[in-house]
Design a protein around this ligand. Structure first.
Ligand code: SF4
Length: 348
């Protein structure tokens, strides 16, 4: 076996003679010598392998607020890592140079560079997280689906050392992969990019329903969840679509924080305009009408919209500026200091 590739765990042999990857909802059936949609899982001699195992194209110490996670160990740092590739091909991707390297000819030269990189063993990643003072490891920037096997190894070791594990993801998982990380994954920020299957297919190469199923599945498994929606006037920011997203989140739990993010034209989505403040505020109001308790506006400085307010007594709990926490009035396991109301999240 090639030293740089490692067998993947989540696949099955189908009756019609294929190897089917079960990591994400594409459920690629891969013939010998071929690769899946993400191009990071390959069939070599009848077994599936992950070709980017331990290839970390990003290793950063980030404030956890940058994920964004606002209700999970606030003001802590998360060791943030990524392998190249993605199971989506979003036209507005902000990390296209690493996420689309295998799928976009414009980044082809990067692949040779990745091949020359030394594998970072899971033990080394955990050691680096600990020595940098982080409380968690985040699988982020690209999608954890394309370094799922690696994340499983790292997450097991991280738990042994008292670190938490986080996915920042498009949420395109399967019941099998959601089950595989049960007990290992502590928190996730999942995008709901649209509430329209056609938009998911056309703009990202994905589908809506598996994302909704992942959110339900992770929540049922006790994973702390926060949701992000990038608001793009030309693609999703209508009252009807925003209301549908808010209603869905509220149907899972009105406690789940919702991050509304301002769009800037990027990559192949140059036709979208920068989200105006009034568009962000309208979505915020729609979310409140749907009953969501915690809504935040990000990627822009709008005073007060990054703060956590107690849904019960309406006093300020966490004051944030950018990724910084200036004041925290949540005590103990997550109670409001003023009225004792339990706040959704992990605070200790
Ligand atoms: S991770 Fe998803 S896209 Fe990649 S091979 Fe597996 S099922 Fe296909």
């Amino acid at each position: 076996m090639d030293e740089e590739i490692v067998r993947t765990r989540l696949f099955k042999k189908t009756e019609d003679g294929f190897n089917q990857c079960l990591i994400c909802a594409h459920r690629c059936k891969i013939k010998d010598g071929r690769v899946g949609v993400c191009k990071t899982i390959a069939n070599r001699g009848g077994e599936l392998y992950t070709i980017n195992y331990g290839i970390l194209v990003a290793r950063n110490v980030d404030p956890i607020e940058k994920k964004p996670l606002f209700h999970f160990l606030p003001k802590s740092y998360s060791y943030s890592i990524a392998s190249p590739g993605c199971n989506f091909r979003c036209l507005g991707c902000q990390n296209a140079d690493i996420s689309q390297a295998y799928r976009d000819e414009g980044f082809e030269t990067y692949i040779e560079y990745f091949k020359g990189m030394k594998r970072v063993e899971p033990e080394e990643a955990v050691k680096s997280a600990l020595s940098s003072g982080c409380k968690s490891i985040s699988f982020t920037y690209t999608d954890p689906a394309v370094f799922f096997d690696y994340s499983m190894e790292v997450m097991g070791l991280a738990h042994e050392k008292g670190l938490k594990n986080i996915f920042v993801t498009n949420g395109f998982f399967t019941p099998e992969s959601i089950g595989a990380v049960k007990g290992l994954l502590d928190a996730a920020n999942i995008d709901i990019k649209f509430f329209n299957d056609n938009s998911y297919r056309r703009i990202c190469g994905g589908r809506l329903e598996p994302v909704l199923e992942s959110i339900r599945g992770f929540y049922e498994n006790g994973v702390h969840l926060e949701v992000t929606t990038l608001l793009i006037d030309e693609y999703n920011n209508t009252p009807e679509e925003i209301r549908a997203i808010a209603d869905f989140i509220a149907s899972v739990s009105p406690e789940i924080p919702w991050h509304l993010s301002r769009f800037f034209p990027l990559y192949k989505m140059q036709d979208g305009s920068v989200t105006p403040e009034k568009g962000l505020l309208r979505a915020y109001d729609i979310g409140k009408e749907a009953g969501l308790k915690y809504i935040y506006i990000g990627n822009v400085r709008m005073e007060g919209y990054e703060d956590t307010v107690c849904p019960s007594c309406e006093r300020l709990l966490i004051k944030r500026v950018g990724y910084d926490v200036l004041e925290n009035n949540i005590k103990g396991e997550g109670e409001c200091k003023f009225c004792g109301n339990k706040i959704y999240g992990v605070f200790k």
